[in-house]
Design a protein around this ligand. Structure first.
Ligand code: SF4
Ligand code: SF4
Length: 709
C-alpha cells in the first residue's frame, strides 16, 4: 500500500463542489474584511507612510519570526506565543501544500508528490507542530486562567468597576484560544479516525494520530464506525477552519494581520522626536481631537493591540494610582475608531461614535492625558510597536490649544514664557551658582571654549542641584576642560514644555536658544540635565541645527579613560543606579554611567527594573509642574523606586545623574521613611570624592549636608 491519503476520500461530487463553495465564501469574507480595514485606516489624517520598504519589511520579519519583542520580560508567554505561531504557520502551510497537490499538481501537472517519503515526512512534521500548537495554547490558557498576572487584568485605573465593561474582551480572548484549541484537537481526532478505520502501517509517521487511532480501535471504534466518525469530523473541522479564516479581520485574530503591519509602519523614533505642528495650522488641525485627526498608522496601531498588557504593567502612572493605563487608552481609541469608521459604516448601520466628535472628555479624559510622564516605558515594551507617547502628546497639544490645562501647569508655562525658566526667577540669577567657585567660569558668548555647558533650569536654580553643578564645574576645572556657560542668555531648553503639548512655547524657547548658541564658538555642548540633553540632541536638529551634545556621564567617562581625571581613592560603596528615562530609553545611554561607577571602585547592584526597564521618577512629561492626580493611598513612583533600592539590602547610595531625579529622590527618601537607610548621590559627587582632594571634598560634603538639613 503506497503511503498517501486522499483529501476527499468518500465524498460525493456535490459535496466536493459544496466544499469549494465554502472556501470561496470564506475567502471572500476575509478579503472584504481586509479591504474594510484598509478603508478605515485611509480615513485617518495623511497616508500610511511606507518609505524605506525593505528596511521596514526586514524589521517586521525579524520581529515576527524571532519573537524578539514578544518574549521580552515574560519568557513563558513568549515561548507560548512562539509555539502557537510556528504551530499555526506549519499547519497552515501543510494545508496549502495539500491544496496545491489536489488542485494544481495532480490535475493540471499530472504530478503526484504527496506520497511515499514526502507523505511520511509531511505527516511527522505536521504532528510535531500540531503538538507545539496545543502546548503553546495550554501555556496561554494557564497564564490567563491560572497565573493571572497584573498585566492581563482588565481592571482600569481610570474608571470605577461599575464604569468598566470588558466582558466582550474576556469573551474574545477565550474564544480565540478556544477555537484554536478546537481546531488543533479536531485535527488530531480526524487523523485518529482515519487511522482507526483501516490501520495502515505507514501512518506510524503520524505518531500522535497513530497512538490515538489505536486507542480508538482499542475501545472498538474501527472500520465503518471510524469511517462515519471521520466523515463527520472532516466536515466539522473543515467548516470551523473556514469560519475561523473568514473571522480573522473581525475578531481578536485580526492581530495576525495588523500587528506585523504596525511593526512595519511604525516610526522608529516617533516617541523621541515629536513631529512639529505645520506652519499655519488652524486650531482644529493642532494635535488630535477627533478620531479623524489621527494619522492612518495610529488607526492601524489601535487594531494591532493584542491586549497583552505589557505597557499597563510597565507604566509608572498605572502602577501609582494615576487615572491612566496606556493599554486602556489605546483600546478606548480603538473602540471609537471602530464605532465611527468601522464595520457599521460598511453595513450602512448608524455609527456608534460621531467621527467629527471630540474624543477628549469622553472616552479620553483630560486627567488621563495629564497623568502621563512621557517616560516611554510603554513604547519601549509594546510588542507590536504602538507609539503611545506621540499619541498622548498629540491629544495634549489639542487640550493646550483649547486652553484646557491644570492651573499650576498654566502658571509654570507662563513663568517660562516671561522669564525663560520654570522657577520664574530673573535671568540674572541663572548663573549665581558660580559665585561659590574659586575660579571664573567663562562667558561663552564673549570668548570661545571647547565645551558649551548648557546648565538647565533645575541645575541652575534649585539649591540642592546647584551643589552638584558646582561640583561638576570643579571636576571639569580639575581635568583642565575648557568650558563656558551662557549666563543669563540660557533659556529652558523646552523638553518638558514640548512634552506637555505647548508647541508654541517650545518653538519660542528653541528659537532663542538656537540664536544664542549659534553665535558662540565651541566644539561640543555639555549638559548634566538629560531633558536638555535629549532636546538639544534630538529635537533641535529637526529645525536645522547640528551640534554634538554630550551628557556629563559620557564626558566624565571620557576624561577618566583619557587619564585627565584620575580617581585615586577606591570608593568601596555598594551602590545602585537609576536610569533616567530621557537618558536611557530616549537616548540609549546606559553603559557610560555604569562604567564611571566601576572606574571609581563602587560595587553596582542593579535594581530589578533597570536599563530599558527603568521606572520613571514621576517628574517627566511636565508632571513635576502639575497638581497631583494619583489616588491618595498609592505610593508615588519615586517612593516605589526607593523601596525597590532599599529592598536590595545594604546599598549605601542611590546614584542618579539627572537634576530632577536629585529633587524627586531626595524627597522620596524622606517621605518613604528610608532616611538613614540609603543616601542619594549624584554621579559627579562620587567622581569628585574619588579624586580624593581632601579639603575640597570636605567642603562639598559639608555644603551638601547643610543643604539636606
Ligand atoms: S509614557 Fe510612561 S507614563 Fe505615559 S503612558 Fe507610557 S508608560 Fe505610562
Ligand atoms: S499597547 Fe502594546 S503593550 Fe499595550 S496592551 Fe496593546 S499590544 Fe500590549
Amino acid at each position: 500500500m503506497t503511503p498517501t491519503r486522499s483529501t476527499f476520500a468518500g465524498l460525493e461530487t456535490w459535496e466536493i463542489v459544496f466544499w469549494y463553495g465554502l472556501i470561496a465564501l470564506s475567502t471572500a469574507v476575509f478579503a472584504w474584511g481586509v479591504v474594510r480595514l484598509v478603508l478605515k485606516y485611509r480615513r485617518g489624517r495623511g497616508p500610511l507612510r511606507f518609505d524605506r520598504p525593505w528596511t521596514r519589511l526586514r524589521r517586521a520579519a525579524t520581529v515576527v519570526f524571532t519573537h524578539s519583542w514578544i518574549k521580552r520580560r515574560d519568557p513563558l508567554a513568549g515561548a507560548g506565543h512562539f509555539l502557537i505561531f510556528y504551530g499555526f504557520v506549519v499547519l497552515f502551510l501543510g494545508t496549502v501544500i495539500l491544496a496545491f497537490q489536489d488542485d494544481v499538481a495532480k490535475p493540471i501537472l499530472g504530478w503526484h508528490f504527496f506520497r511515499n517519503g514526502f507523505y511520511e515526512a509531511y505527516s511527522l512534521f505536521l504532528d510535531v507542530f500540531g503538538v507545539a500548537l496545543v502546548v503553546g495554547l495550554a501555556i496561554m490558557a494557564y497564564k490567563r486562567g491560572i497565573q493571572k498576572p497584573f498585566r492581563l487584568s482588565y481592571r482600569r485605573p481610570d474608571r470605577t468597576e461599575s464604569e468598566t465593561e470588558r466582558r466582550a474582551y474576556v469573551i474574545g480572548d477565550w474564544t480565540f484560544l478556544g477555537i484554536l484549541f478546537f481546531l488543533a484537537l479536531t485535527g488530531f481526532l480526524l487523523e485518529a479516525f482515519r487511522i482507526a478505520e483501516s490501520n495502515p502501517s505507514f501512518e506510524v509517521w503520524s505518531p500522535l494520530g497513530w497512538a490515538a487511532g489505536h486507542a480508538l480501535r482499542g475501545i472498538g471504534v474501527s472500520g465503518e464506525a471510524a469511517s462515519t466518525a471521520h466523515f463527520v469530523q472532516w466536515w466539522v473541522h473543515g467548516v470551523v477552519a473556514l469560519g475561523f479564516v473568514a473571522s480573522i479581520p473581525f475578531t481578536k485574530a485580526v492581530h495576525m494581520l495588523t500587528s506585523p503591519a504596525s511593526v512595519a509602519t511604525r516610526e522608529e523614533r516617533a516617541a523621541q522626536e515629536l513631529v512639529p505642528i505645520p506652519a499655519g495650522a488652524k486650531p482644529d488641525e493642532v494635535g488630535f481631537g477627533t478620531i479623524l485627526d489621527f494619522p492612518a498608522r495610529y488607526l492601524l496601531q489601535f487594531d494591532a493591540c493584542t491586549k497583552c498588557g505589557k505597557c499597563h504593567a510597565a507604566c509608572p502612572a498605572t502602577n501609582s494610582g494615576y487615572p491612566l493605563s496606556p493599554r486602556d487608552l489605546i483600546l478606548d481609541l480603538r473602540e471609537v475608531a471602530e464605532g465611527a469608521l468601522g464595520l457599521r459604516r460598511e453595513l450602512g448601520i448608524p455609527p456608534l461614535h460621531d467621527p467629527a466628535a471630540s474624543v477628549l472628555g469622553d472616552p479620553i479624559r483630560p486627567e488621563t492625558l495629564w497623568s502621563c510622564m512621557q517616560c516611554m516605558a510603554c513604547v519601549e515594551i509594546c510588542p507590536v510597536g504602538i507609539e503611545h507617547v506621540p499619541i498622548i502628546n498629540g491629544m495634549r497639544r489639542r487640550l493646550v490649544e483649547q486652553g484646557e490645562m491644570d492651573s499650576s501647569l498654566q502658571q509654570t508655562l507662563e513663568s517660562i514664557y516671561e522669564t525663560g525658566n520654570s522657577f520664574g526667577e530673573t535671568g540674572r540669577k541663572r548663573a549665581r551658582w558660580t559665585r561659590a567657585l574659586d575660579f571664573e567660569v567663562k562667558d561663552i558668548r564673549k570668548e570661545p571654549a571647547e565645551i558649551l555647558w548648557f546648565v538647565g533650569d533645575y541645575a541652575s536654580f534649585d539649591p540642592r542641584n546647584q551643589l552638584v553643578t558646582q561640583t561638576l564645574a570643579r571636576v571639569l576645572q580639575h581635568a583642565g576642560v575648557d568650558f563656558g556657560i551662557l549666563y543669563d542668555a540660557e533659556h529652558n531648553a523646552g523638553c518638558d514644555v514640548r512634552r506637555v503639548g505647548e508647541e508654541g512655547l517650545f518653538n519660542h524657547l528653541r528659537e532663542q536658544n538656537v540664536a544664542t548658541i549659534s553665535r558662540c564658538t565651541f566644539d561640543r555642548i555639555l549638559t548634566w540635565d538629560p531633558h536638555s540633553f535629549h532636546t538639544l540632541r534630538n529635537e533641535y536638529p529637526t529645525f536645522g541645527v547640528d551640534w554634538e551634545v554630550v551628557h556629563h556621564s559620557q564626558l566624565l567617562l571620557e576624561l577618566i579613560e583619557a587619564g585627565r581625571l584620575a580617581p585615586s581613592k577606591t570608593l568601596d560603596y555598594r551602590v545602585t543606579y537609576h536610569d533616567p528615562c530621557t537618558l536611557g530609553r530616549y537616548n540609549g545611554v546606559y553603559d557610560e554611567p555604569r562604567r564611571v561607577l566601576a572606574a571609581i571602585g563602587t560595587e553596582l547592584v542593579e535594581m530589578p527594573r533597570s536599563r530599558d526597564n527603568s521606572f520613571c521618577c514621576g517628574a517627566g512629561g511636565g508632571r513635576i509642574w502639575m497638581s497631583e492626580l494619583k489616588r491618595e493611598d498609592a505610593p508615588r513612583p519615586s517612593e516605589q523606586r526607593i523601596d525597590e533600592a532599599v529592598a536590595l539590602g545594604n546599598v549605601d547610595h542611590f546614584v542618579v545623574c539627572c537634576p530632577k531625579d536629585v529633587t524627586m529622590y531626595e524627597d522620596a527618601i524622606k517621605t518613604s521613611g528610608h532616611q538613614g537607610d540609603i543616601e542619594l548621590r549624584e554621579l559627579t559627587e562620587l567622581v569628585w570624592e574619588s579624586l580624593d582632594l581632601p579639603a575640597l571634598v570636605a567642603a562639598a560634603t559639608h555644603e551638601r549636608e547643610e543643604e539636606q538639613a
